[in-house]
Design a protein around this ligand. Structure first.
Ligand code: PLP
Length: 390
């Protein structure tokens, strides 16, 4: 008999009752160190006092009023985003897939209003992930995600991640944009190098097409920069955000330059819940904390410390682990054994991690972790490796 909850997830048989900082607790009192952050969502850990306070405060003022009216908090969040990025404007929604979808509409509208309605196709990459809607599964190359859901949405052409020459060959006179994750997350923490991103920028400028970064997983401090592409110094025209921006409250955003969004007037796009006061109160607090002096520096330092410790573990267990990759607090451990075995062994040590493609275990701790949490996690990962070796 089918479960009451539609069984679309293979769930681990644990339920958490509460969380505090980087820790999660079950009703039975078991404590886990959470280095998954709900897949890069709980950017400031669980129940951060400032987020709890602004959300509770907002809950007694106004929850929802619709985008038929001005929402001052939305304007404040948009201002924080545009003053700290390439962008001039932000559209708010509720999830990553919706943010990507908004960006896909923006790039088509841009081409259509600038006299090129025939440019509607978007170049995407092998190993990418952009969400689970019909359009976002069509954009990516994961056959398992597509099986049984065809026909796919037309308008995507696949290129090879990291290969500039091959990408150039995929661009046609029907191309509207290139969509890429600066570090592929679900694909297994596969970073695009700076030269690849800069090369994509040049290709876009050469062919009159837009560069669209999916920073749903890499954005909001995850890599030690507010947005991952800022490390490479290459700006996109459009960028999708979600996950960490709401710290656990469902918030998505699609940012764009004025030029890219020039066709997006009233009535062109919408979302009932997008940018509602509850979500915006939390997003504003998340951004304010991230932008405090020293916060992103802390993420970089903690990321370096974690990577250093993990590299030592890789050297100690060369039969289990191949390499450490990623940036800041978005780290992948490439495994030589099934990645799921390491995820399970870590969980037995009371450390939560997340599997990814390419046989990788992802470490995506809350950005507020300190040296002590990293030492604790490293001990647990060593313990897990020892257990596997027994
Ligand atoms: N884009 C990227 C890069 C992601 O990692 C994800 C989710 O993992 C998405 C889009 C989809 O986000 P959501 O699940 O919120 O729709």
């Amino acid at each position: 008999m089918i479960s009451d909850v539609m069984p679309t997830y293979a769930r681990t048989d644990i339920a958490f009752e509460r969380g505090s900082g980087p820790y999660l607790y079950t009703a039975e009192g078991d404590c886990y160190l959470d280095f998954g952050s709900g897949i890069a969502v709980n950017s400031l850990g669980h129940c951060h006092p400032k987020l709890v306070s602004v959300l509770a405060d907002q809950a007694s003022k106004i929850w929802h009023c619709s985008n038929l009216y001005n929402i001052p908090l939305q304007e404040e969040v948009a201002r924080l985003l545009v003053t700290n990025s390439f962008a001039d404007t932000a559209f708010f929604c509720n999830s990553g897939a919706e943010a990507v979808e908004a960006g896909l509409k923006i790039v088509r509208k841009y081409q259509s209003t600038s006299g090129h309605p025939e440019r509607y196709r978007v170049v995407t990459f092998n190993g990418s992930f952009h969400g689970r809607t019909l359009t976002t599964i069509s954009a990516a190359a994961n056959e398992a995600h597509k099986a049984g859901f065809g026909p796919m949405v037309d308008g995507f052409d696949l290129a090879t991640f990291g290969d500039l020459q091959q990408t150039r060959s995929v661009i046609t006179d029907k191309t509207a944009a290139i969509l890429v994750e600066p570090i592929q997350g679900e694909g297994g923490i596969r970073p695009a190098d700076g030269a690849f991103l800069a090369g994509l920028r040049d290709l876009c400028d050469e062919f009159g097409i837009l560069l669209f970064f999916d920073e749903v997983q890499t954005g909001i401090g995850r890599t030690g920069y507010l947005f991952a592409h800022q490390a490479a110094g290459t700006d996109p025209d459009v960028m999708a955000l979600a996950k960490g921006i709401g710290g656990g409250f469902p918030v998505g955003a699609c940012l764009a330059s004025e030029r890219a969004a020039s066709g997006m007037g009233p009535g062109t796009h919408g979302s009932t819940f997008g940018g509602n006061p509850l979500g915006m109160s939390v997003a504003k607090a998340v951004l304010e904390i991230l932008l405090e002096r020293g916060f992103l520096e802390h993420c970089k330092n903690m990321g370096a410390l974690l990577a250093e410790g993990l590299n030592k573990i890789v050297m100690a267990y060369p039969e289990l682990l191949a390499e450490v990759r990623g940036s800041g607090l978005m780290i992948g451990l490439k495994c030589l054994i099934p990645a799921g075995d390491l995820v399970n062994a870590c969980r037995r040590q009371k450390l939560l991690t997340v599997p990814a493609g390419d046989n990788v275990v992802r470490l995506l701790p809350p950005l507020i972790i300190d040296k002590g949490h990293i030492e604790e996690a490293l001990r647990m990962i060593s313990g897990a490796c020892q257990e596997i070796n027994k």
